[in-house]
Design a protein around this ligand. Structure first.
Ligand code: INI
Length: 153
C-alpha cells in the first residue's frame, strides 16, 4: 500500500489570508494564530498577503479572485460568525462555507475554513486562542498540509 501524506512545511509557500473584519476582537486573534503558524512552520511573513473584507459573507468573492490569480499556493479564510436572534447567522455562515467549498473545487487551490460559526461570544473566545485552541492556527495547518499533499497526487 502506498500512503500519500502532506507534511507541515511552509517554506517558500505563498499564502493568502482573506479576513472578514466583523467581530474583529475575535478575528484579530485568529489572524495572529495563522501568521504565527506559517512562520513557525518555515514560511515567511513576506510571502503572506492579508486581504480584509467587511464580513464572512464577502470572503468567498475575494478568495475566489485570489485563487484564480495563480499567485497563491493556498488561501486561508478567517472570520467569526456569531449567532444572534435572527436567521441572519444562517445566511451569512451558509453562503460563506458554500462559496469556499466551490472555490477550492473549481480552482484546485486549497482554501481552508477558519471561519468560526458559533452560538455565543464565549464560544468564539474559547476558539480564538483560549481553552479550545485557535481556529486560525488549526486551519492554517490544514492549508499547509493540503498544499503539500496535492503536490504529490
Ligand atoms: N459577518 C460576520 O463575519 N460575522 C457575523 O457574525 C455577522 N453577523 O452576525 O451579522 C456578519 N454580518 C455581515 C455580513 O458578513 C456582511 O458583511 C453584510 O451582510 C454585508 O454584505
Amino acid at each position: 500500500m502506498k500512503t500519500v501524506e502532506g507534511n507541515l512545511t511552509a517554506q517558500g509557500m505563498k499564502i493568502g489570508l482573506v479576513v472578514g473584519r466583523f467581530n474583529s476582537f475575535v478575528v484579530d486573534h485568529l489572524v495572529a494564530g495563522a501568521v504565527d503558524t506559517i512562520v513557525r512552520h518555515g514560511g515567511s511573513e513576506d510571502n503572506i498577503t492579508k486581504v480584509m473584507v467587511p464580513g464572512a459573507f464577502e470572503i468567498p468573492v475575494a478568495a475566489n479572485k485570489m485563487a484564480q490569480s495563480g499567485d497563491y499556493d493556498a488561501i486561508v479564510a478567517i472570520g467569526a460568525v456569531i449567532r444572534g436572534g435572527t436567521p441572519h447567522f444562517d445566511y451569512v455562515a451558509g453562503e460563506c462555507v458554500k462559496g469556499i467549498g466551490q472555490i477550492q473545487l473549481q480552482t484546485g487551490v486549497p482554501v481552508s475554513f477558519g471561519v468560526l460559526t458559533v452560538d455565543t461570544i464565549e464560544q468564539a473566545i474559547e476558539r480564538a486562542g483560549t481553552k479550545a485552541g485557535n481556529k486560525g492556527e488549526e486551519c492554517t495547518l490544514a492549508a499547509i498540509e493540503m498544499v503539500n499533499v496535492l503536490k504529490q497526487i
